[in-house]
Design a protein around this ligand. Structure first.
Ligand code: ATP
Ligand code: LTN
Length: 335
């Protein structure tokens, strides 16, 4: 790949499950595929982040490949964008260490994702790695001098921390990092669990019933959508406060069909939730079926997939290595 003068984009997902979920697809992946045309884009499978909670080693390798395959299947083009695995580029762990030394304990303690995840784990057993997770994420982004970081709403606070750390480093040691911006699309920023429509849909949700997996067979997804929690009113209309379940279905419908929420509401005016759900099953299947099929194809040739990832790692190492050299020089670490 040649150097370009386009601004840099960086984003990543954890290989924390066998399949990505609909929120990853809508909130992140579909934004990535659109943006890759206008940016020098780096898409990372963040396996170092995935080990902040317990992982089975063989499972982690398989999930790393599966995550990369889903990036490509959803439209990330390895000929245009740099697609790679985080552990292939040792600069991530090295810069994270440096940034750890610049982060306040209290500052890290204010990260809400840590509070949520450590509560789930039991605060005493949560790892220090889970605590410093956002600092590794900052290293990911800053190594590539990224201008834009497309993520879901849940990651906004981590990108803010990244900006703070970049500014802090720059003012202490001289201009080194570009200060990145989060790119969070309004309509697609948060997909909710179908059973608990006030909680974010998440790969590692405790219960599977409200989780739509990109790689689930059509009949499984259909069952989950038809059983999605709604309300007693029986009227298809959007109201996030009083009708979180129906509003979530409308958001998903609208984003995947490219129709506005108002036009979906108009289409289902006077019809019941059952009709809305049936319509949604078709819309979801229409979007996910091609991704599922392409993912299976890619996974049937792991050698080719590994070759693409090695190629991505080569470019990523080049760019990240340049930034790390500069950082070491600025802070006086002998090479
Ligand atoms: P885990 O459950 O393992 O923490 P996750 O499903 O929350 O995983 P991540 O790998 O942490 O997913 O996130 C990948 C990207 O998907 C991030 O940009 C994140 O903001 C986005 N994302 C995750 N869940 C949702 C959601 N429910 N709605 C919109 N975007 C989401
Ligand atoms: N923390 C992110 C995943 C992630 C990421 C990144 C996203 C790790 N490093 C860099 C954007 C840029 C999450 O989604 N949980």
């Amino acid at each position: 790949m040649t150097e370009t003068s386009k601004p840099v984009l960086f984003s990543g997902m954890q290989p924390s499950a066998d399949s990505l979920q609909l929120g990853n697809y809508i909130g992140a992946l579909s934004q990535w595929t659109k943006m890759q045309e206008d940016y020098d884009a780096f898409f990372c499978v963040v396996n170092l982040h995935a080990i902040t909670v317990p992982q089975d080693p063989a499972g982690l390798v398989a999930r790393t490949r599966r995550t990369a395959a889903q990036y490509i299947a959803a439209g990330i083009d390895p000929a245009k964008s740099t697609l790679f695995v985080q552990s292939h580029v040792s600069a991530h762990a090295e810069l994270a260490w440096v940034l750890n030394t610049l982060t306040g304990f209290g500052e890290a303690g204010r990260m809400t994702q840590f509070k949520d995840k450590s509560q789930k784990q039991g605060t005493d057993t949560a790892s220090v790695g889970l605590f410093t997770y956002p600092i590794l994420m900052a290293a990911d982004i800053l190594l590539y001098q990224a201008a834009s970081v497309p993520v879901g709403e849940d990651q906004r606070q981590h990108v803010e921390l990244t900006r703070d750390l970049a500014n802090r480093f720059n003012s202490r040691f001289g201009d080194t990092f570009l200060v990145p911006e989060a790119h969070i699309s309004k309509g697609t920023a948060k997909v909710y669990d179908l059973q608990v429509p006030t909680a974010k849909m998440s790969k590692s949700a405790e219960s599977d019933a409200g989780l739509v997996n990109v790689l689930d067979p059509a009949n499984v997804t259909k069952k989950k959508i038809m059983r999605a929690v709604t309300d007693d009113e029986g009227v298809v209309r959007f109201d996030r406060e009083t009708k979180p379940g129906v509003s979530n279905l409308l958001t998903i419908y609208s984003v995947l069909s490219g129709q506005s929420v108002d036009s979906v509401v108009a289409e289902y005016d006077g019809r019941g939730y059952g009709d809305l759900k049936k319509g949604l099953v078709e819309v979801v299947e229409g979007s996910l079926a091609p991704v599922r099929e392409r993912t299976e194809e890619l996974l049937s040739d792991p050698a080719e997939l590994d070759r693409l990832l090695a190629q991505g790692a080569e470019r990523a190492n080049e760019v990240a290595g340049r930034t790390l050299d500069l950082v070491y020089e600025r802070i006086g670490l002998m090479r």
